[in-house]
Design a protein. Structure first.
Length: 227
């Protein structure tokens, strides 16, 4: 279901400023089938729909807030049952690479990448395609590795992807990414051909809320710290 359809579903329930039993059931069923990124969109859109009436205050604000409370409770109840099973892959071999490219290709809203190096053209292509389809991509990497032969970091920057470098004497040695603020990609796996074809590496992907939140905080901290 596209975002426009999700928004229309909310707008219809807002017409009488309440969720009746049937609307709650339909919304709960809908949210229960959606990926985490779409659930987050639905929740954020509900807040957006009531922002102006609430800011104006008065009785109208109270009515909209009651509707919002019903919507959020219904969405959150359904979302709590939506479990993303973690995945674990190992290299050498193609499993880590395939899993990573598939995950990057499924990004819908945001893609925050914090990795030591990017030199595998297949991964670079997935990042660039995400940027081209409107996903908000940000890349943090190490300055030393960015200047290595074969590095794709400056190529991505030339294509308009926001990039920030650790210019300190030490290394930004993380290898993680956040997809739609809902999935964490993490592990020893470097985003290089050697990691896929030669090295003993691991790649873990999880939707664990606490882990996603903590890595998001770290990414935002590093983004502000680097230029």
């Amino acid at each position: 279901m596209h975002y426009q359809q999700l928004e229309q579903h909310l707008v219809q329930t807002l017409e009488d400023f309440r969720l009746d039993a049937q609307e709650k059931s339909e919304l709960r069923a809908l949210a229960g089938q959606l990926p985490i990124a779409d659930i987050r969109y639905l929740r954020n859109k509900a807040f957006e729909l009531v922002r102006q009436p609430v800011e104006k205050g008065g009785e109208d604000a109270a009515i909209h807030l009651r509707w919002l409370e019903q919507v959020v409770k219904t969405i959150d109840k359904a979302a709590s049952k939506t479990e993303i099973s973690p995945t674990v892959d190992f290299s050498p071999g193609q499993n880590c690479l395939k899993r990573l490219i598939e995950t990057l290709s499924n990004a819908r809203a945001s893609l925050d990448i914090c990795v030591f190096t990017i030199s595998d053209d297949r991964i670079t292509d997935a990042i660039l395609k995400a940027h081209q389809r409107g996903v908000q991509v940000r890349v943090i990497t190490d300055n030393d590795k960015a200047n290595d032969r074969g590095s794709d970091v400056f190529f991505l920057k030339e294509q308009g992807v926001p990039v920030r470098l650790d210019e300190t004497p030490w290394h930004m040695h993380h290898k993680f990414a956040l997809v739609d603020d809902a999935l964490l990609v993490n592990g020893s796996f470097n985003w290089t051909r050697t990691a896929s074809e030669k090295n003993q590496e691991n790649l873990v992907i999880t939707g664990h809320t606490k882990l996603v939140s903590e890595f998001k905080k770290q990414f935002d901290y590093l983004w502000k710290s680097y230029k």
